[in-house]
Design a protein around this ligand. Structure first.
Ligand SMILES: [Zn+2]
Length: 419
């Protein structure tokens, strides 16, 4: 029987994050990413409003925060809903990287459904889970898929390729169907430490039937060229060289390559980075032995020698600014940590506290996402028949090159035929 492959989008439509791309052929399904909306200032569950305990998945399904896909979820988590639960043996899930907007719903997946990711992502998710930062619904079992080694699943042949993003183990995928290859970038960039990976992926999927590409930076506000990661290291070093007092910082611990670079720079300036407990546990589990918890250092030691420390701050701990010397000589470094940006209500609050304490704010970071011109370069290199810009507030700002059709993904799972 001849079947036609189609593709539908269950997240990432008009929003940055929550990617879920479903490719179907006959009875068979490949799902790429299974993320949770992560928008601190938006969504029905935010601030103190959380899904009801014991009803979390059901609440998400009912308000449209989780996709209505049959034979995907654990039957026990969705009992009473009119949707078939449990695996039918025809679904497999592939994860591009370990950010919550790409893995956040995996805890609800039926354990008989295979979930694949890079070995680094598998390790990252285990380290997060072991340090109390696992996914809701429990920790899914993730299998490591070697780069470049194709995996056959039903009518599909799936190959994983490393790409560069601001988290270890980021991957793009090629999904071969009877109607051609669907390539998915996941989150990708060309200005990080490994642009070669992203470019190699683009070469491998050249001429794909369809390309699903992230478009985070297409939104207004991201019009400038992106700074390379090596500039971030240099600016951090420059900041330490000119700061006589305590350094406060917020960075994203999952960006482990930046963590390693900052630890090495801090060492050169005789400073110890002090982490919140859960982050110290996570870094220790990742085998960064020198991650020291803030709670292990007596506050008087910091007060006496503020020049020896860098404190990684959690938003809930902002009042600790009052505990240590502040004012001139102290700085706050924002390096892509939480609160992530002005869209998060905590961002303004952080600034109010810093103003109160007369602590200057240094923004030292760079995006995990390709600039609009780099996106365009990737699209031109791959030159697919069909282009789907996803994971973007303004996907229509990505113009296709001549010969490529652009289709805008639609909310609610409309199927696009690939034939
Ligand atoms: Zn993302």
């Amino acid at each position: 029987m001849i079947t036609i492959a189609d593709i539908s989008f269950w997240g990432g439509v008009g929003v940055i994050g929550s990617s879920k791309v479903l490719i179907e052929q006959g009875e068979w399904r490949v799902l790429l990413d299974f993320g949770l909306d992560f928008q601190p200032g938006a969504g029905l569950f935010r601030g103190s409003v959380r899904p009801r305990p014991g009803q979390i998945l059901k609440d998400r399904l009912r308000v449209g925060g989780a996709p209505w896909i049959p034979h995907l979820y654990r039957a026990d988590a969705m009992a009473g809903l009119d949707l078939a639960g449990g695996s039918d043996g025809h679904t497999a899930l592939f994860i591009t990287h370990g950010h919550i907007d790409h893995v956040g719903l995996t805890g609800w997946v039926d354990p008989d459904i295979p979930i694949y990711a890079s070995p680094e992502t598998q390790r990252l998710l285990e380290a997060l889970s072991d340090s109390g930062q696992g996914t809701e619904g429990g920790q899914a079992k993730v299998q490591a898929l070697q780069a470049g080694a194709p995996l056959d699943f039903g009518p599909f042949r799936i190959t994983r390729y490393p790409v560069d993003h601001d988290v270890v183990g980021a991957s793009g995928y090629s999904v071969e169907t009877d109607d051609g290859i669907v390539a998915f970038t996941g989150d990708i960039r060309l200005h990080g430490r490994h642009p070669d990976r992203s470019l190699h992926f683009a070469e491998q999927v050249q001429g794909a039937r369809a390309l699903v590409i992230e478009g985070t930076t297409l939104s207004s506000g991201f019009r400038h060229a992106q700074k390379p990661e090596c500039d971030v290291d240099r600016e951090f070093e420059n900041c330490l060289a000119h700061t006589p007092g305590l350094v406060w910082m917020t960075m994203y611990p999952r960006n482990l390559e930046r963590v390693e670079a900052f630890l090495a720079i801090a060492r050169r300036y005789d400073r110890t980075i002090l982490w919140p407990d859960s982050q110290a546990r996570f870094l220790a589990r990742w085998a960064l032995g020198e991650a020291q918890a803030l709670s292990d250092v007596i506050p008087t030691a910091i007060a006496e020698h503020p020049e020896r420390y860098i404190i990684q701050m959690e938003v809930s701990e902002i009042p600790r600014l009052l505990e240590f010397p502040h004012g001139p000589g102290t700085v706050f470094i924002h390096s892509n940590g939480e609160p992530l940006g002005p869209f998060d209500p905590d961002y303004a609050l952080l600034h109010e506290w810093l103003t109160l304490a007369h602590v200057p704010f240094w923004s030292i970071g760079t995006s995990g996402h390709a600039s609009p011109d780099d996106l365009r370069l990737l699209v031109e290199k791959i030159h697919p028949d069909i282009l789907f810009p996803l994971h973007s507030m303004e996907p229509d700002r990505l113009l296709p090159p001549p010969g490529t059709k652009r289709w805008l993904p639609e909310r609610g799972g409309r199927r696009f035929s690939l034939a």
